[in-house]
Design a protein around this ligand. Structure first.
Ligand code: G16
Length: 539
């Protein structure tokens, strides 16, 4: 039976850079998820003709939320839901499944790299038939619904068992529990030379992949161990856990510390990688060597010819404004298009759909290509392994040779976390007002050339988005300031610091950027406004 439940709007359901992200305690409030789901469905016409994918990274509360999705979708007469077995689907595999099966969209349950468990975060991304997250005008329409919602519809059917593949029904809605791995693995086999990769991973080459107890564990086990022949046990933390085993599933030098320690030990393997909770972010490490994500995008782009799917040529490349300029130098050399977009993967989607770009990436450990409309952690790992297999070089050699050719953009991100929202807003608005006065101003050995708010004019749909503030220096250095759109604990000020050098390419970024980091704090006035002398996290 379908029930109509009276409800009151929640006023905090604006979607950030990656969908709705909230503390579990907030998401578990009565009617909270229900309101949000009904608000999404209210914006989609002809639901009785629509099919959606449902699944996520296996975090706490996903199972409960998936049962609610089934019942609310059924009460709204959705034609069909495809649900990953046990509620699991990685973000990139979700995009692949939506595109391959021509679905009308997806509800992907993940707070990405944010912690899980009962005290962690909950997240929900609404993807459209593009395979990517909804565009800003679509999330705005959903927000407007959340602010005026008065009732939602829900079926009172019992919960469905999602552990078995098969076709079931809830009211008139067909529910198919699917294998969430096969389509994605086939897609990877179509992009890379799996024979070449098999030879590498069955050789002396020592490889480790850390799934951080997130959803990529079962994907990585199948791909790296079962298909490509890496020794059993090469995939660490391979079982998805509701609390990620207490880990913060964010693949960076701080949160993937055990892996980093291994890679800097005497027993370091040749190569390792980690993915985040939902499998869209990646970190690449060589023996005693870390690849900064901005460099990873540049290096992959420079080596596109080594990959079967790209050997005949690529369209352009794009990066978020906060990401270093390294890939621009490659794009200029290759004479391919280059685009700079606001932070948020959704901004790449129009560029891919209009064949302006093939590759894109962000400093926040996201790299990807036009095979899907999300960033793709395992794709990035397979790409790196393919370069190594083809060139027989180490990760470090590949990076050093790249910097010898192009120069190096030393890059660090300084995060000031847990700032009161009003203070963070004040900091950004005051800084924005001061930007015009910064031109020609000298800070130690750095002189500002221009400073302005970053505004992106989408060449496809002509929308305009402002995100972040950029300060350029005469030597090619840059500082970018923006507030995080994915945090759930107050506001986070992100400061991205970049310095371009052609001589000293093998130095410690902390040393090379020490002075510029101090300049970034001076310009933002962060210490006076927040009391913080140093960032909370440096990546
Ligand atoms: C999400 C988006 C990314 C974006 C990141 C930024 O990542 O998908 O495109 O770079 O947020 O986060 P913030 O606004 O906190 O800097 P993910 O991996 O969380 O989905």
């Amino acid at each position: 039976m379908i029930e109509t439940i009276a409800t009151n709007p929640y006023t905090d359901q604006k979607m950030g850079t990656a969908g709705l992200r909230k503390k579990i305690a907030i998401a578990m409030q009565p009617n909270y998820i229900e309101n949000f789901l009904q608000s999404i469905f209210n914006t989609i016409p002809n639901l009785e003709e629509k099919s959606f994918l449902v699944g996520g990274d296996g975090r706490y509360f996903n199972k409960t939320a998936i049962q609610k999705i089934i019942k609310i979708a059924a009460a709204n007469h959705v034609k069909k839901l495809y649900i990953g077995q046990n509620g699991l689907v990685s973000t990139p595999a979700g995009s692949c499944i939506i595109l391959k099966n021509k679905l009308d969209g997806g509800l992907i349950l993940t707070a990405s790299h944010n912690p899980g468990g009962i005290n962690g975060d909950f997240g929900l991304k609404y993807s459209t038939s593009t395979g990517g997250q909804c565009q800003p005008h679509e999330s705005q329409a959903i927000l407007e619904q959340t602010l005026k919602i008065k009732e939602y519809k829900i079926s009172d059917s019992p919960d469905l068992d999602l552990s078995h593949l098969g076709v079931f029904h809830c009211e008139e809605t067909e529910i198919e529990v699917i294998d969430p791995y096969t389509d994605y693995i086939k897609m990877m086999e179509g992009i890379f030379d799996f024979n070449q990769l098999h030879s590498l991973l069955t050789s002396e080459f020592r490889f480790v992949f850390d799934a951080m107890n997130g959803v990529t564990g079962p994907y990585a086990k199948r791909i790296f161990e079962e298909i490509l022949g890496a020794p059993q046990g090469s995939v660490l933390n391979a079982t998805p856990k509701e609390d990620f085993g207490g880990l913060h599933p964010d693949p960076n030098l701080i949160y993937a510390k055990t892996l980093v320690d291994l890679m800097y030990s005497d027993n370091a393997p040749d190569f390792s990688a980690a993915n985040d909770g939902d499998g869209d972010r990646n970190m690449i490490l060589g023996s005693h060597f870390f690849i900064c994500p901005s460099d990873s995008l540049a290096i992959l782009t420079d080596n596109y010819r080594l990959i079967p799917a790209y050997k005949d040529g690529i369209y352009g490349v794009a990066k978020s404004a906060a990401t270093s300029m390294a890939v621009k130098r490659v794009a200029d050399t290759l004479k391919i298009g280059f685009y700079e977009v606001p932070t948020g993967w959704k901004y790449f989607v129009n560029l891919m759909d209009s064949k302006r770009i093939t590759f894109c990436g962000e400093e926040s450990f996201g790299t990807g290509a036009a095979h899907i409309r999300e960033k793709d952690g395992i794709w990035a790992v397979l790409f790196w392994l393919s370069i190594i297999a083809a060139t027989h070089k180490t990760v470090k050699q590949i990076a050093l040779e790249h910097w010898q050719k192009y120069g190096r953009s030393y890059f660090l991100r300084n995060d000031f976390e847990g700032i009161e929202q009003s203070v963070a807003d004040k900091l950004m608005s005051e800084l924005e007002q001061r930007l015009p006065q910064l031109s020609n101003k000298q800070f130690g050995r750095f002189t500002v050339s221009t400073a302005y708010p970053f505004v992106y004019n989408d060449p496809v749909d002509n929308t305009s988005t402002q995100n972040g503030l950029i300060v350029h220096f005469t030597d090619g250095s840059r500082i970018v300031y923006r507030l995080s759109g994915t945090g759930t604990n107050g506001a986070t000020l992100r400061t991205y610091i970049e310095r371009y050098v052609t001589g000293d390419i093998d130095e410690d970024p902390n040393k090379m950027l020490q002075e510029l980091c101090a300049v970034s704090r001076e310009i933002s006035n962060v210490t006076a406004l927040t009391g913080k002398e140093q960032p909370d996290i440096i990546t």
